[in-house]
Design a protein around this ligand. Structure first.
Ligand SMILES: C[S@@+](CC[C@H](N)C(=O)[O-])C[C@H]1O[C@@H](n2cnc3c(N)ncnc32)[C@H](O)[C@@H]1O
Ligand SMILES: [Zn+2]
Length: 198
């Protein structure tokens, strides 16, 4: 009888914990819908003022070693399937947050070259904030901040007039432009060479 009761207690606690985790990953300010950018995205369910804390980016806290391992696994998987490869956020020098859990709604926020949101770390939590006033129905986006070294793996389809064509951190746009120009020049050089031979 005692054993049965303690099992029930543990199950109830586990259920409460799961419910709490699930609640933390939701927000009445946004919801998941099919996205014009890619797959699913997260959309504002009402007008949202600039600076509003919209939703928490929840996940599993992992050390750097585990984070690197998961990062490599996800990258390899994404090369095969074309699926998503980015859910891991840096919390501090020791701990990362892997947001690849079903109750983390914010994991579905897409990248934009002109983002309307930003992820901020507060203490040991991550929240998505509005960078400007949003209208109901706007898709939430943020800058994934990818490194320019792997730009070719991440074409961008954000559709913004200033879209760079690749998901690369805004800070590295000058370097991206330099590399794209160099690539273009090489291509034109090759074409000119071919014409001269013909
Ligand atoms: C964390 S997921 C975002 C949710 C994703 N839309 C989905 O349905 O799973 C990140 C992946 O979404 C895609 N993605 C996000 N933003 C994108 C963009 N601006 N252009 C093209 N693909 C994008 C990429 O495949 C990226 O690896
Ligand atoms: Zn873009």
């Amino acid at each position: 009888m005692g054993k049965k009761k303690s099992l029930l207690d543990r199950e109830r606690k586990l259920y409460e914990k799961m419910r709490e985790l699930w609640k933390r990953g939701q927000s009445e300010l946004c919801e998941v819908r099919g996205s014009v950018i890619h797959g699913q995205g997260v959309y504002a369910t009402q007008d949202i003022e600039k600076g509003t804390k919209i939703i928490e980016y929840v996940g599993e806290r992992i050390d750097k070693e585990e984070s690197n391992r998961r990062g490599i696994d996800l990258h390899e998987e994404s090369l095969e399937t074309g699926g998503a490869a980015v859910y891991i956020f840096t919390l501090d020098d020791d701990i990362d947050l892997d947001g690849n859990v079903p109750w983390n709604t914010a994991r579905l926020i897409n990248h934009s070259c002109n983002p309307n949101c930003e992820a901020w770390i507060e203490e040991d939590q991550i929240f998505i904030h509005a960078l400007r006033d949003l209208k109901e129905g706007d898709e939430l986006t943020f800058d994934y901040g990818f490194d320019v070294d792997c730009y070719e793996d991440h074409p961008c389809r954000c559709g913004e007039p200033e879209c760079k064509g690749f998901i690369v951190s805004r800070e590295q746009w000058p370097e991206l432009e330099r590399r794209l120009k160099k690539k273009q020049a090489k291509k034109s050089g090759k074409k000119a060479g071919k014409k001269a031979k013909a």
